[in-house]
Design a protein around this ligand. Structure first.
Ligand code: AHR
Length: 353
């Protein structure tokens, strides 16, 4: 804001000298603390809730001006937005990065401008971590670990809660497994892995957890790993295409809810059943209200929570910074998992995202 303010001031002076009228530069008059926020896009319900949380937190009433720029899932747009924030001389920059790589130069430019930066939601991979003050968001590896541990538990106990989904090596297949329409009549667990945007932290770490688990279990295998770019439309497209060639899947591990909704439509079209008593067991990430409803209704087996309400925690970090307090380099928000037995209609109806 400082640099922008002096720019406005000098423009005003220049215009006054020339005898012209200057437009009202209202936000600067109020001396608001300006946050430049480079947002990933609007690809998912999670993202909409995340943007909303920032808008509701950084209000004029509280002394902020939030300049949020939607990158439409394109890192080049993010780099341009951040450079614009530097030119405008905003007071603080918050970046929700589309992907991890490619941030060294622009963050060095931000540092040279003296503007502090927080990385929100996903992470950046840079050679010098001191280029940003803090990284706040989800522990994506833990999310993936919670998902695969749940799946392990279901296959080991043979009590998956949603119909048989596989057996550990050495166990005798039950009648249900042999009769399972989607099973290849062995104890192999075939997983369709629907991945988010390649190179995004949420994709890299949720994928890592599953790949490690597949590696560790002789009888788990990927039916396929396909990218749905975190959108319902793309997921519908790629899953429909996949199912036109192969329908032998036991588990859908989908790296966000919107892709799950697209995959469910594709499975409906292909006549593949899922959920209680169905062929496919669905694991999804985010735990938005709609996904939780599908879970309570028996269509989705496991919702792994990804909390988008990050605005208040980001504000706390910024306040600490402004007050000269030390701030944590890495902040994870608390998250959990839900199966139908954890849910009530009242809980779902009261969920804010
Ligand atoms: O980075 C968080 C992920 O990005 C969420 O899982 C997804 O819905 C969003 O698009």
């Amino acid at each position: 804001m400082r640099r922008f303010f002096s720019l406005i001031l000098s423009t005003a002076i220049a215009f006054n000298i020339a005898g012209c009228t200057v437009q009202n530069a209202d936000p600067q008059d109020k001396d608001l603390y300006v946050i430049g926020f480079s947002q990933v896009g609007s690809e998912s319900d999670w993202r909409i809730a995340n943007s909303q949380s920032m808008i509701e937190t950084f209000t004029e009433d509280k002394g902020y001006e939030l300049r949020m720029v939607n990158a439409r899932q394109n890192q080049d747009n993010q780099l341009a937005a951040v450079r614009t924030f530097i030119l405008e001389g905003v007071d603080f920059i918050v970046i929700a990065p589309v992907v991890e790589e490619g941030w060294d130069s622009v963050l060095a430019e931000v540092r040279a401008s003296g503007i502090p930066v927080i990385i929100m939601d996903r992470s950046v991979s840079v050679s010098d971590n001191s280029l940003y003050l803090s990284n706040i968001g989800s522990d994506f590896l833990n999310q993936g670990t919670m998902a695969v541990e749940w799946l392990e538990e279901q296959t080991e106990t043979g009590d998956p809660g949603q119909g048989e989904i596989g057996l550990t090596e050495g166990e005798t297949p039950t009648e249900e497994v042999i009769e399972d329409e989607g099973s290849d009549e062995t104890d192999t667990l075939r997983i369709l892995h629907l991945q988010g945007t390649y190179g995004a932290t949420a994709q890299l770490l949720r994928t890592q957890a599953l790949e490690d688990a597949v590696e560790a279990h002789d009888n788990w295998e990927f039916a396929a790993q396909i990218c749905g770019d975190y959108t319902e439309a793309k997921a519908y497209e790629v899953v429909s295409e996949y199912l036109s060639g192969d329908t032998d899947i036991d588990v859908l591990y989908s790296e966000n809810d919107n892709m799950t909704f697209g995959a469910m439509r594709a499975m409906d079209d292909a006549g593949i059943t899922y959920g209680e008593g169905g062929q496919v067991t669905i694991i999804t990430f985010d735990a938005t209200r709609e996904a939780l409803q599908y879970c309570l209704d028996g269509d989705i087996a496991l919702c792994v929570e990804c909390n988008p309400i990050l605005g208040p925690a980001v504000e706390e970090l910024i306040s600490d910074y402004r007050n000269g307090n030390s701030i944590s380099r890495q902040v994870y928000v608390p998250e959990t998992t839900y199966t139908a037995s954890d849910l009530t209609q009242e809980f779902i109806d009261s969920r804010i995202y």
